[in-house]
Design a protein around this ligand. Sequence first.
Ligand SMILES: [Zn+2]
Length: 245
Amino acid sequence: MQTRDEAICLRAVNYSDTSQVVTLLTRDHGKVAAMAKGSRRAKSAFDGAIEVFSCGPVMLIIKDNGGKLANLTEFSQQPRFRGLHQNLYALNAGLFAAELTEAFLEDHDPHPALFDKLLKFLETLQAAEKNAERLAWLILYQLRLLEEIGVAPALDECVNCSAPFSENWKSAWFSSHSNGLLCEACETAFVEKRKISAQLVTILKSPAKLSKTPEDQLHQIEQLLIYHLTELLNKPPRTAKYFVQ
Ligand SMILES: [Zn+2]
Protein backbone atom coordinates (compact mmCIF):
# COMPACT_ATOMS: atom_id res chain seq x y z
CA MET A 1 0.00 0.00 0.00
CA GLN A 2 1.43 3.35 -1.08
CA THR A 3 0.44 6.20 1.18
CA ARG A 4 1.16 9.85 1.91
CA ASP A 5 1.51 11.11 5.45
CA GLU A 6 3.27 13.65 7.66
CA ALA A 7 6.23 12.37 9.66
CA ILE A 8 8.77 13.25 12.33
CA CYS A 9 11.98 11.23 12.36
CA LEU A 10 12.57 9.63 15.78
CA ARG A 11 15.72 7.73 14.85
CA ALA A 12 17.96 7.24 11.83
CA VAL A 13 20.56 4.48 11.54
CA ASN A 14 22.95 4.09 8.62
CA TYR A 15 22.41 0.99 6.53
CA SER A 16 25.08 0.30 3.91
CA ASP A 17 27.04 3.18 2.38
CA THR A 18 24.02 4.74 0.75
CA SER A 19 20.89 3.93 2.75
CA GLN A 20 19.32 4.40 6.18
CA VAL A 21 16.76 2.64 8.34
CA VAL A 22 14.57 5.24 9.99
CA THR A 23 11.90 5.17 12.67
CA LEU A 24 9.19 7.71 11.92
CA LEU A 25 6.25 8.94 13.90
CA THR A 26 3.62 9.55 11.25
CA ARG A 27 0.41 11.41 11.86
CA ASP A 28 -2.03 8.82 10.47
CA HIS A 29 -0.10 5.54 10.56
CA GLY A 30 1.61 5.85 13.94
CA LYS A 31 5.14 4.59 14.34
CA VAL A 32 6.64 3.20 11.15
CA ALA A 33 10.10 1.72 10.65
CA ALA A 34 11.22 2.20 7.05
CA MET A 35 14.12 1.64 4.71
CA ALA A 36 15.23 4.85 3.00
CA LYS A 37 17.11 3.50 0.01
CA GLY A 38 19.78 5.81 -1.33
CA SER A 39 19.10 8.48 1.29
CA ARG A 40 22.82 9.03 1.86
CA ARG A 41 23.51 9.65 -1.82
CA ALA A 42 24.13 13.26 -2.82
CA LYS A 43 21.05 13.19 -5.04
CA SER A 44 18.04 11.46 -3.53
CA ALA A 45 14.31 11.83 -2.96
CA PHE A 46 15.00 12.83 0.64
CA ASP A 47 16.83 16.15 0.36
CA GLY A 48 19.97 14.67 1.92
CA ALA A 49 20.57 12.10 4.65
CA ILE A 50 17.64 11.87 7.04
CA GLU A 51 18.19 13.46 10.43
CA VAL A 52 16.49 12.95 13.78
CA PHE A 53 13.68 15.53 14.25
CA SER A 54 13.36 16.16 10.51
CA CYS A 55 9.70 16.51 9.71
CA GLY A 56 7.51 16.95 6.67
CA PRO A 57 5.46 15.10 4.05
CA VAL A 58 6.44 11.51 3.29
CA MET A 59 5.52 8.85 0.77
CA LEU A 60 5.61 5.32 2.19
CA ILE A 61 5.03 1.86 0.84
CA ILE A 62 3.68 -0.13 3.76
CA LYS A 63 3.75 -3.90 3.32
CA ASP A 64 0.30 -5.51 3.33
CA ASN A 65 1.65 -8.76 4.79
CA GLY A 66 2.55 -6.96 8.01
CA GLY A 67 6.25 -6.97 7.06
CA LYS A 68 8.16 -4.94 9.56
CA LEU A 69 10.07 -2.54 7.36
CA ALA A 70 8.16 -0.15 5.08
CA ASN A 71 9.84 1.60 2.16
CA LEU A 72 10.26 5.32 2.41
CA THR A 73 10.24 6.66 -1.15
CA GLU A 74 9.99 10.42 -0.52
CA PHE A 75 10.62 12.73 2.41
CA SER A 76 10.50 16.51 1.98
CA GLN A 77 12.54 17.15 5.10
CA GLN A 78 12.00 20.45 6.81
CA PRO A 79 14.94 21.23 9.09
CA ARG A 80 12.57 22.99 11.50
CA PHE A 81 14.29 21.71 14.61
CA ARG A 82 17.92 22.01 13.62
CA GLY A 83 18.23 24.69 16.32
CA LEU A 84 18.01 21.91 18.93
CA HIS A 85 21.58 20.97 18.01
CA GLN A 86 22.78 24.32 19.34
CA ASN A 87 22.01 23.51 22.96
CA LEU A 88 23.07 20.16 24.41
CA TYR A 89 20.38 20.15 27.11
CA ALA A 90 17.63 20.87 24.57
CA LEU A 91 19.05 18.23 22.22
CA ASN A 92 19.09 15.59 24.96
CA ALA A 93 15.55 16.48 26.03
CA GLY A 94 14.40 16.09 22.42
CA LEU A 95 16.23 12.77 22.07
CA PHE A 96 14.71 11.58 25.36
CA ALA A 97 11.20 12.35 24.07
CA ALA A 98 11.96 10.65 20.73
CA GLU A 99 13.33 7.55 22.49
CA LEU A 100 10.28 7.24 24.75
CA THR A 101 7.88 7.78 21.86
CA GLU A 102 9.58 4.98 19.94
CA ALA A 103 9.69 2.68 22.97
CA PHE A 104 6.06 3.06 24.04
CA LEU A 105 4.20 3.09 20.73
CA GLU A 106 3.29 -0.04 18.79
CA ASP A 107 4.00 -0.12 15.06
CA HIS A 108 1.18 1.20 12.85
CA ASP A 109 -0.98 2.29 15.80
CA PRO A 110 -2.03 5.89 14.98
CA HIS A 111 -1.87 8.60 17.65
CA PRO A 112 -2.45 11.84 15.72
CA ALA A 113 -2.85 13.86 18.94
CA LEU A 114 0.55 12.67 20.15
CA PHE A 115 2.07 13.54 16.77
CA ASP A 116 0.83 17.12 17.26
CA LYS A 117 2.08 17.16 20.85
CA LEU A 118 5.55 16.02 19.83
CA LEU A 119 5.74 18.78 17.19
CA LYS A 120 4.60 21.33 19.76
CA PHE A 121 7.08 19.99 22.33
CA LEU A 122 10.01 20.25 19.90
CA GLU A 123 8.94 23.78 18.98
CA THR A 124 8.72 24.99 22.57
CA LEU A 125 11.92 23.16 23.50
CA GLN A 126 13.75 24.92 20.72
CA ALA A 127 12.37 28.32 21.73
CA ALA A 128 13.02 27.87 25.48
CA GLU A 129 15.84 29.91 26.97
CA LYS A 130 16.50 28.19 30.29
CA ASN A 131 17.07 24.58 31.26
CA ALA A 132 14.31 24.75 33.89
CA GLU A 133 11.87 25.70 31.15
CA ARG A 134 13.17 22.88 28.92
CA LEU A 135 12.80 20.38 31.76
CA ALA A 136 9.23 21.53 32.47
CA TRP A 137 8.30 20.93 28.80
CA LEU A 138 10.00 17.51 28.86
CA ILE A 139 8.02 16.49 31.95
CA LEU A 140 4.81 17.68 30.33
CA TYR A 141 5.51 15.66 27.17
CA GLN A 142 6.32 12.55 29.22
CA LEU A 143 3.00 12.88 31.09
CA ARG A 144 1.11 13.43 27.81
CA LEU A 145 2.77 10.36 26.28
CA LEU A 146 1.68 8.14 29.21
CA GLU A 147 -1.83 9.58 28.98
CA GLU A 148 -2.00 9.03 25.23
CA ILE A 149 -1.05 5.34 25.47
CA GLY A 150 -3.61 4.86 28.23
CA VAL A 151 -1.36 4.54 31.28
CA ALA A 152 -1.71 7.94 32.96
CA PRO A 153 -0.83 7.45 36.66
CA ALA A 154 -3.78 7.47 39.09
CA LEU A 155 -3.15 10.41 41.39
CA ASP A 156 -6.60 11.16 42.82
CA GLU A 157 -6.63 8.48 45.50
CA CYS A 158 -4.67 5.64 47.07
CA VAL A 159 -4.73 2.80 44.52
CA ASN A 160 -5.07 0.27 47.36
CA CYS A 161 -7.73 1.67 49.74
CA SER A 162 -9.18 4.51 47.62
CA ALA A 163 -8.54 7.14 50.31
CA PRO A 164 -8.78 10.43 48.38
CA PHE A 165 -5.47 12.27 48.02
CA SER A 166 -5.26 15.58 49.83
CA GLU A 167 -2.49 18.14 50.07
CA ASN A 168 -2.53 17.44 53.80
CA TRP A 169 -1.17 13.92 53.38
CA LYS A 170 2.01 13.87 55.48
CA SER A 171 3.67 11.67 52.92
CA ALA A 172 2.78 9.83 49.76
CA TRP A 173 4.29 6.94 47.82
CA PHE A 174 4.13 6.14 44.15
CA SER A 175 3.98 2.55 42.97
CA SER A 176 4.94 2.01 39.38
CA HIS A 177 3.46 -1.50 39.17
CA SER A 178 0.16 -0.22 40.60
CA ASN A 179 0.51 2.94 38.48
CA GLY A 180 -0.59 5.30 41.20
CA LEU A 181 -0.45 6.64 44.72
CA LEU A 182 -0.23 4.75 47.97
CA CYS A 183 -1.25 6.31 51.27
CA GLU A 184 0.71 6.03 54.51
CA ALA A 185 -1.55 3.25 55.81
CA CYS A 186 -1.08 1.08 52.73
CA GLU A 187 2.51 1.65 51.62
CA THR A 188 4.09 -0.93 53.99
CA ALA A 189 2.29 -3.75 52.13
CA PHE A 190 4.04 -2.79 48.86
CA VAL A 191 7.65 -3.61 48.04
CA GLU A 192 7.94 -1.58 44.84
CA LYS A 193 7.31 2.09 45.62
CA ARG A 194 8.99 5.46 45.85
CA LYS A 195 8.31 8.18 48.38
CA ILE A 196 7.22 11.56 47.07
CA SER A 197 6.00 14.73 48.73
CA ALA A 198 2.34 15.71 48.66
CA GLN A 199 3.44 18.96 47.03
CA LEU A 200 4.85 17.09 44.00
CA VAL A 201 1.65 15.07 43.69
CA THR A 202 -0.30 18.33 43.56
CA ILE A 203 1.90 19.59 40.71
CA LEU A 204 1.61 16.29 38.80
CA LYS A 205 -2.17 16.45 39.14
CA SER A 206 -2.27 19.86 37.41
CA PRO A 207 0.64 20.02 34.96
CA ALA A 208 -0.24 23.65 34.08
CA LYS A 209 1.67 24.42 37.31
CA LEU A 210 4.89 23.05 35.78
CA SER A 211 5.81 26.34 34.14
CA LYS A 212 5.91 28.01 37.56
CA THR A 213 7.54 25.15 39.45
CA PRO A 214 11.02 25.82 40.90
CA GLU A 215 13.87 23.95 39.25
CA ASP A 216 14.68 21.70 42.22
CA GLN A 217 11.10 20.41 42.29
CA LEU A 218 11.17 19.84 38.52
CA HIS A 219 14.27 17.68 39.05
CA GLN A 220 12.47 15.70 41.77
CA ILE A 221 9.53 15.09 39.44
CA GLU A 222 11.85 14.01 36.63
CA GLN A 223 13.60 11.55 38.99
CA LEU A 224 10.21 10.03 39.79
CA LEU A 225 9.35 9.80 36.09
CA ILE A 226 12.70 8.16 35.27
CA TYR A 227 12.02 5.66 38.06
CA HIS A 228 8.55 4.97 36.64
CA LEU A 229 9.67 4.80 32.98
CA THR A 230 12.48 2.41 33.96
CA GLU A 231 9.96 0.11 35.68
CA LEU A 232 7.59 0.28 32.69
CA LEU A 233 10.33 -0.50 30.16
CA ASN A 234 12.20 -2.95 32.42
CA LYS A 235 15.39 -0.96 31.80
CA PRO A 236 16.45 2.65 32.06
CA PRO A 237 15.82 4.67 28.89
CA ARG A 238 19.24 5.35 27.26
CA THR A 239 18.85 9.12 27.31
CA ALA A 240 17.67 9.19 30.95
CA LYS A 241 21.30 9.35 32.11
CA TYR A 242 21.50 13.03 31.12
CA PHE A 243 18.64 13.83 33.49
CA VAL A 244 19.50 11.62 36.48
CA GLN A 245 20.59 13.58 39.53
ZN1 LIG B 1 -4.34 3.45 51.13
